[in-house]
Ligand binder design. Sequence first.
Ligand code: AHR
Length: 524
Amino acid sequence: MRWLLLGLGFMAAVLPVPVKAAETAHLSIDASKAGVKIDRNLFGQFAENLGHGLSEGIWVGPDSPIPNTRGIRNDVVAALRALQVPNVRWPGGCFADEYHWRKGVGPAGQRPATLNSTWGGVIDTNSFGTDEFMDFLQQIGSQAYVSVNVGSGTPQEAAEWLEYMTAAQPTALAKERAANGHPEPYKVGFMGIGNESWSCGGDMTAEHYLGQLTIYSHFIRNDNPSQQGTNQMLKIAVGPGFPETEWTEVIMKAWQHHDWSWNIDGLSLHWYTVPNGWPPSTPSTGFGIDDYGKTLKSTLFMDEFLRKQETVMDKYDPQKKVALVVDEWGAWHAPLPGTNPSFLVQQNSLRDAILASLNLNIFARHADRVRMANIAQMINVLQSMILTDKEKMVLTPTYYIYKMYLPFQDATFVPVAFDAGTYIEGSISLPRVDTLAARDATGRLWLEITNIDPKKPVEIDAEITGMTVKSAKGETLTASAVDGVNTFTAPDTVVPKPVSASVKSGRLALTVAPKSVTVISLEP
Ligand code: AHR
């Protein structure tokens, strides 16, 4: 029998999972019990100078046959505009601590070629520099989150970079920016002070980093006149990339007693889903329900990780002034065979989409402290929104999650009481269902339901109180197999489709498919 089961397990890895009889889940939602705001910055992105993330993914150059505006590809811009990306973190990642901004400004033909030592030692023409990044943000309608170089740079270099970007008065650097075509100062919404300074950013102790942080925080200023009042640039310190809390203790303890000369608005946190540990070895295509379950189990650790850090932050900052900023997260799988392993190329499947929804729901449940997050990474790198190959572009299942979650940007969290039981596969047990509810500015209630179970549909019976609901409509993202992907030749394999839902006497009823993410709007 055991052999038979093992054999069936193998078959499940290569065949679509058979659908079984539905389970029922009772949900209870009191729409009048509104909680905190789900900050739209939780839906931020990360675009590092790595592999084909920028070069080819965003930047093709003005002379490219690929349709572009000032060198930035039009298809990618249109796709990202539709996501209303609140902020983009750039230029790294580890790359930030080897980046010297001056090499990336000025006439295109005069910029030096440098080596991208962090990511494969490839030649970098520096064609996509500060002004191109700002142009890209303006085209997609987003805000800058720049990471300044602490590891191999100086406070002076970083201060001059901010002056170049933000000074309105006619300083030499503001004039240089104007000569480069941008007389108006740029807005910089967020500044990260270093990246992973405990590792690739300089292998510092927390105390050493703190010494750098206080200097960078004091001397690096945003001079844009429109960012001096309520709209100030937020400064984000390097935080942990490990569950232990010593680093957070050191930074937050110092912050509690900080004087006027320095401050931070956020502490970053990095956590990737790497189910088999480092180096990442889970395949991004052609896997079965065992890998699926293991990956989702692993990703749910995010909740515990946040709790641990929040406990320390609450001790030193009970008013929650300092945000926890998860500015790198996502699935990190094995490099796609045939690609440069330093370019971190992976496919993106339904499993990754479900992983994204679970993490976004966790962030929303921690929204009183977690006010910003950046999935890694935007295009062609790790768990990306978009894949490109020369003139071709395809939107990933994760892209569609971000599209479906648009109504949750800046919506007000509404608690949901539910227990849909457990999905068990071998030694892995997972909550069968996860869910998120929120009200938008128009009073509409939005309900997201993730059915983790790859075999059983779930019949949702939701009792809604606190508002009168007249109708419901929504869409669902699923595929015939957990490893379903979109490709350049089959781009619509995993795309959202309408789902039917009914409302009667304050109860919402719908059936959610196995391994699916569904978002429903409930109209008052
Ligand atoms: O996202 C890839 C890398 O992962 C980033 O450069 C680094 O910060 C992290 O370790």
